[in-house]
Design a binder for this molecule. Structure first.
Ligand code: SAM
Length: 328
């Protein structure tokens, strides 16, 4: 297995979008109470005293919507300033990004992934559950601001849902032709909205690649990032196309990550709920930090078993937390 050195940190479980596939309207989401969120200080203590000492050095801030977290720019500054931070990135929906992109960049953030499930404002607004007010333009402005400020790489994440946005695969792929943007097509997972999932299911990445190949040709790229994407490129395009195929492929052998929820649960595998540790309660009850390090170290040791052996029980089973709660 890969070395596990990458932590995805959820800063908040709330989001200003209600994407149909992630936080469907009417679903009962119990938001984490303010006092249950890890404070900045607790998060930094966990990074400095627990995660970094056991080998984590790449961090991604996500949520919910990380830009809703009060003080996010300051937190970026503090994490970026840690000597051992090799890489700091963020996943956002970009709705609030236009006004924050420069401050985030100045604070030390360099890499950003933006979710953009459609180029069509009507489809986009339906997906995000906008309740009558279009949010597409402001999101697009956020993406343009990130580009202007110089985030590199700038990646756009698209969850492909049959009958919802799959007709746009070529239009989205075409964004890479003359921009150095990186598109990541993600297979829809049964987390968040099991009804939509059982109704629509998911499209294997290979089918998307075939559409793109038929239109422009497709080259395998030797780019390999932090993530599980298989990376390709349209000949002569400036950007790349990545495919995250957690449904059609098992890439447990390439897994290099764990996830920390906004309320301090450490989760070793996205696709099943085994082995999670409640770090916040341990921290607040005064558990010795050396003991916490030992528990995380132990979880690292059993992670391969959790990934490979338990994977199947997760993919068709019931998830108690949505991606917004886990930290997608
Ligand atoms: N609010 C931020 C955003 O929109 O990028 C960060 C959090 S969001 C939960 C992170 C990623 O999870 C997004 O790219 C989203 O599309 C993805 N996601 C959520 N539910 C998913 C599902 N059921 N299958 C695949 N991806 C999902």
């Amino acid at each position: 297995m890969n070395t596990v050195d990458y932590l995805r940190i959820s800063l908040i479980d709330r989001c200003n979008f209600r994407c149909h596939y992630c936080m469907p309207e009417g679903s009962e989401l119990d938001y984490i109470l303010q006092q249950e969120l890890l404070t900045h200080e607790e998060l930094l203590t966990l990074l400095k005293e627990v995660f970094i000492p056991v080998g984590f050095k790449k961090f991604r801030l996500t949520g919910g919507e990380p830009l809703l977290r009060p003080g996010v720019v300051e937190l970026v500054r503090e994490i970026a300033a840690l000597d051992q931070t090799e890489d700091l990135a963020m996943t956002t929906n970009a709705f609030l990004l236009a006004g924050m992109a420069q401050d985030l960049y100045n604070a030390g953030l360099r890499r950003i992934n933006i979710s953009l499930d459609s180029l069509n404002p009507d489809t986009f607004d339906k997906i995000i559950g906008n309740r009558g007010r279009s949010r597409w333009q402001q999101t697009w402005n956020g993406i343009q601001a990130a580009h202007r400020v110089g985030f590199d790489p700038l990646k756009l994440n698209i969850v492909v849902i049959p009958g919802v946005n799959d007709a746009e695969v070529l239009d989205l792929a075409a964004l890479t032709l003359d921009r150095q943007w990186h598109i990541r097509f993600i297979e829809f997972m049964p987390i968040g909205n099991p009804e939509l999932f059982s109704d629509r299911a998911w499209i294997p990445s290979e089918e998307l690649r075939q559409q793109i190949r038929d239109r422009w040709g497709l080259l395998e790229s030797n780019v390999r990032g932090n993530g599980p994407a298989d990376v390709f490129q349209i000949p002569n395009a400036l950007g790349t196309l990545g495919f995250i195929s957690q449904m059609s492929e098992c890439f447990c052998d390439r897994c290099n990550r764990m996830r920390l929820s906004a309320d301090g649960w450490l989760r070793p595998c996205l696709l099943n709920e085994t082995g999670q540790i409640d770090l916040k309660s341990a921290l607040r009850s005064g558990v010795d930090l050396a003991q916490l390090r030992a528990r995380v170290q132990q979880l690292l040791a059993i992670k391969p078993d959790i990934n490979f052996k338990q994977r199947d029980s997760g993919t068709d089973g019931y998830y108690t937390r949505t991606m917004s709660q886990i930290g997608g």
